[in-house]
Write a protein that binds this ligand. Structure first.
Ligand code: SAM
Length: 214
């Protein structure tokens, strides 16, 4: 099984490279995190296929390519404090934790968070701090963050979130531009919101952000 996993993992890494992921640090973090740990046991054999998979509660673990793309877009050097909205299975959080100083992550579904925390413990990832709750407003008490990553589709990335990111920090978020289309946006934060730099990283498909404020 271990041997089989390592062949599937190597194939996945080659696949990610061929899809344009070029950061060795990101690829190596993807290689280090055992994705099967974050999945229900009936999906273990699919862990290294490049697909999103169900994790219960109508939620999904993100596709490895999307995790790699979003992580690469943050241009991590290793010393950053990151805020993540939507812990989900904790897989993306774990990849980020290997490449940064600390990850703060918020999840609204308690059992998912409990499961993610147990995975972090098993992997001895001690630089992750989680909160159970609605991440719509970010985590203003702990702001500013170096970067922000949103892992559920959001209707607007506006001042309430962008003001929590430092100058020259990056926000990555899937934005629901219409009921049928989501685009992955990379926003580089400048001195004023009007000067922020918005880039489009392509079409994506995420579960929606659910909030009492929305
Ligand atoms: N990247 C994660 C992974 O690797 O498993 C997958 C995240 S999943 C696509 C999106 C997550 O966002 C879900 O777990 C969902 O419960 C969570 N979510 C949705 N709305 C939220 C909110 N307002 N606050 C916090 N989490 C939220």
């Amino acid at each position: 099984m271990l041997y089989e996993n390592s062949i599937q993992k190597a194939n996945l890494i080659m696949n990610l490279r061929s899809m344009g992921i070029s950061s060795n640090n990101v690829l190596s973090a993807i290689e280090k995190v055992p994705r099967e740990l974050f999945l229900p046991s009936n999906f273990h054999s699919y862990a290294y296929e490049n697909n999103p998979l169900p994790i219960g509660f109508e939620q999904t673990i993100s596709q490895p390519y999307i995790v790699a793309l979003m992580t690469e877009a943050l241009e991590l050097k290793g010393n950053e404090i990151i805020l993540e909205i939507g812990t989900g299975s904790g897989y993306q959080t774990s990849v980020l934790s290997l490449l940064s100083r600390r990850v703060y992550s918020i999840e609204r579904i308690k059992p998912l968070l409990v499961n993610a925390l147990s995975c972090f413990k098993k992997l001895k990832l001690t630089n992750i701090v989680c909160d159970h709750g609605d991440g719509f407003l970010g985590w203003p008490k702990l702001a500013p963050f170096d970067h922000l990553i949103v892992t559920c589709a959001i209707k607007n990335v506006d001042d309430r979130l962008l003001n929590q990111v430092r100058f020259n920090g990056i926000c990555i978020a899937p934005v629901a531009v219409s009921p049928k289309e989501q685009r992955l946006k990379k926003i580089t934060i400048k001195d004023k919101r009007d000067n922020d730099i918005w880039e489009d990283l392509g079409r994506v498909s995420f579960v929606p952000l659910i909030s009492e404020y929305d």
